[in-house]
Write a protein that binds this ligand. Structure first.
Ligand SMILES: [Mg+2]
Length: 272
């Protein structure tokens, strides 16, 4: 039930905001969650920004957060790589911020000129050059070199429409090298667990909120918690007709979710 929720795991792009613009109702809902003793977490497949970048971005929106509230695909990927590629060399298709994050985990990221690596790691690389693409292909034609992507999202919403996200960049590589990556971000349940463990949340107290069926909603389903879809990003109402990732709740936008959540709690209170 909606009124049982205390821990909200929000997708950011297309759910709470688009680019630098916070949607109407986002701050109100986040403040309300705090006021009832709950906690908002932000699970995002955006691998351009580090957790520190997000704290700063939210501060500019007037929302105070801690780094531990952000579970990014790049952070989850760093944790995975630290476990499996500790003394290996990585070649990254990623922003300087992502490369810095990999290095902060003690991981060895090779430079473009070296053309020697054990694994090609792809993020949402807004500094992508054809030179980097060529190096990645050269490495991926060696069967011993692994292929990892931070997140499978094909496209990222912008003010004008969409641009290719990590999954889109990987699809371009796949077209050339006929290999597919292992993805670490959503819809992996791990990203949900990394949040809920922090607060010992019961599954019925958790709601995953997002705009995309095959990442956000799938991730909640994989983690065994309820999900809410908002129609302010990728998924539209007609997409529900042929998806296996069926959300428990749907809302026109985040403001509608805020109003319904408040109402459900007030009704539960008066019923009691
Ligand atoms: Mg989204």
């Amino acid at each position: 039930m909606l009124s049982d929720k205390k821990y909200f795991l929000f997708d950011i792009d297309g759910t709470l905001a688009v680019d630098d613009t916070l949607y109407e109702g986002s701050r109100e809902l986040i403040d309300y969650i705090e006021s009832i003793g709950g906690r908002a977490f932000y699970i995002t497949n955006n691998s351009v920004k580090s957790r520190k970048d997000y704290v700063e971005k939210f501060r500019r929106w007037g929302i105070m957060t801690k780094e531990s509230q952000f579970m990014t695909a790049s952070y989850a990927t760093c944790r995975y790589l630290k476990e499996h590629y500790k003394d290996k060399k990585l070649f990254a298709l990623g922003t300087p911020s992502f490369v810095e994050e990999l290095r902060s985990f003690g991981l060895a990221v090779t430079e473009q000129s070296e053309k020697d690596a054990d694994c090609v790691v792809v993020g949402f690389d807004r500094t992508l050059s054809y030179e980097k693409v060529e190096t990645a292909c050269e490495l991926l034609f060696r069967p011993a070199v692994d292929f990892i992507g931070t997140n499978p999202d094909l496209k990222c919403p912008t003010a004008f429409g969409f641009v290719p996200d990590c999954g889109g960049i990987c699809a371009m590589l796949t077209a050339a090298v006929a290999r597919t990556p292992l993805y670490i971000g959503k819809p992996s349940a791990e990203i949900v667990t990394l949040c809920t463990k922090q607060v010992n949340a019961k599954p019925e107290e958790v709601l995953v909120v997002g705009d995309r069926l095959y990442t956000d909603i799938a991730c909640g389903i994989n983690a065994g918690v309820e999900t809410a879809l908002v129609y302010t990003g990728e998924a539209k109402e007609k997409d529900l007709a042929d998806t296996v990732f069926m959300p428990d709740y749907t809302f026109e936008n985040i403001e509608k979710l805020y109003q319904e959540f408040r109402k459900s709690r007030e009704e539960a209170y008066y019923a009691f």
